[in-house]
Design a protein around this ligand. Structure first.
Ligand code: SAM
Length: 348
């Protein structure tokens, strides 16, 4: 039996549906945790936010929702928490046990294996919740649902959630070459017509790093969430946006990204980070929605639209995204250049 193959869990994996089993298995391997730990924008933001709120952590009970290798639990314990409870369903928690012990935190950190929804905490209430729950396009993986459940079940009145604010943003990009390569590849695969793949590829948003110079419109904030007050129902959202072309170019798709903010002591600037193309690299990269049309823009042309995002009915960790757009070109050949369309995507 491998070190991570332990069955002592509040949730039996075999009782979970296939999507849930697959989801938690994806966090069993150390590789994904290495990627997250090495994302220093992500990991240091959590550390900085905990250090900044050190006075609030002193002698407090902290819950780390989805503790993985235990990094956030150890940041909290090192910065004055009285006790930290780390919960994770994936077998990586067995490595966290060893690491927590090796680093001398066994008496300060209790690690519980199982789904947060099923475990029994050693304390009825906690003062602080920390969690790194964000997925691609912020909401992919639907782990925020679990954080909100933890808040409602365990957080004391007026308790702290780290992070507690997040927002999703959107802008237009020129990306003709890559879009063309991705789609047209299927026209001729070793001499065979593979074009039935094209609609599938179009429906799937692309997670990749986008060069900031490709952004050719203004940006817009789609939605903002305050984890202190939102409910799971708020995570299915519909939002209008309005972007303005910055120059004469083609708008081939839309990129989206999210920003994160931690609570800060009164009078202090909060720790924040962005996953946008304008910001330093994070493992979340950006999410690209290629549009059905390549919009030929002149400076000042307006791309209005509405983006709706709902958890997928079959697997609620996947997202159904719909983008309706109305590109209103002005000036030369405005009628031919103006385009209206609705594109549907599934993130899975
Ligand atoms: C994005 S990782 C973060 C890991 C760690 N906190 C870190 O910052 O490196 C999310 C972790 O949450 C766990 N997780 C997700 N949903 C969970 C749930 N409902 N109950 C317990 N663990 C969960 C996953 O297994 C995964 O290890």
């Amino acid at each position: 039996m491998s070190k991570t193959d332990v069955n002592d869990s509040a949730t039996l994996k075999k009782d979970l549906n296939e999507y849930e089993q697959h989801y938690f298995s994806s966090y069993d391997h150390h590789g994904i945790h290495e990627e997250m730990l090495q994302d220093s924008v992500r990991t240091l933001s959590y550390r900085n936010a905990i250090v900044q709120n050190k006075d609030l952590f002193k002698d407090k009970i902290v819950l780390d929702v989805g503790c993985g290798t235990g990094i956030l639990s150890m940041f909290a314990a090192k910065n004055g928490a009285k006790h930290v409870i780390g919960v994770d369903m994936s077998s990586i928690i067995e490595m966290a046990r060893e690491i927590v012990d090796l680093n001398g935190f066994s008496d300060k950190i209790t690690l519980l294996r199982g789904k947060l929804e099923d475990v029994e905490l050693p304390y009825p209430k906690v003062d602080i919740i920390i969690s790194e729950w964000m997925g691609y396009f912020l909401l992919y993986e639907s782990m925020m649902d679990t954080v909100l459940l933890a808040r409602d079940r365990y957080l004391v009145e007026g308790g702290l959630i780290l992070p507690d604010k997040c927002s999703i943003h959107i802008a237009g990009i020129e990306d003709a070459q890559y879009k063309d390569e991705k789609l047209n590849y299927w026209q001729d695969v070793y001499g065979f017509d593979y074009s039935p793949f094209i609609p599938l590829v179009k429906r799937e948003p692309l997670v990749d790093t986008v060069n900031h110079s490709a952004v050719n419109t203004t940006r817009a904030k789609l939605v903002e969430f305050d984890l202190n007050t939102i409910t799971v129902a708020d995570l299915a959202f519909k939002s209008k946006f309005k972007l303005e072309a910055k120059n004469q170019d083609f708008i081939n798709g839309l990129i989206s990204w999210f920003d994160i903010e931690f609570p800060a002591p009164k009078g202090k600037k909060p720790v924040t980070f962005s996953t946008g193309a304008h910001a330093p690299y994070t493992h979340w990269k950006q999410t690209v929605f290629y549009l059905e049309d390549d919009l030929e823009s002149e400076k000042g042309d307006v791309l209005e639209g509405e983006l709706s995002c709902t958890p997928n009915k079959t697997n609620n960790r996947d997202l159904d995204v719909k983008i309706a757009y109305d590109f209103k070109a002005k000036g030369t050949e405005s009628a031919q250049r103006s385009k209206k369309n609705t594109n549907s995507y599934v993130m899975h």
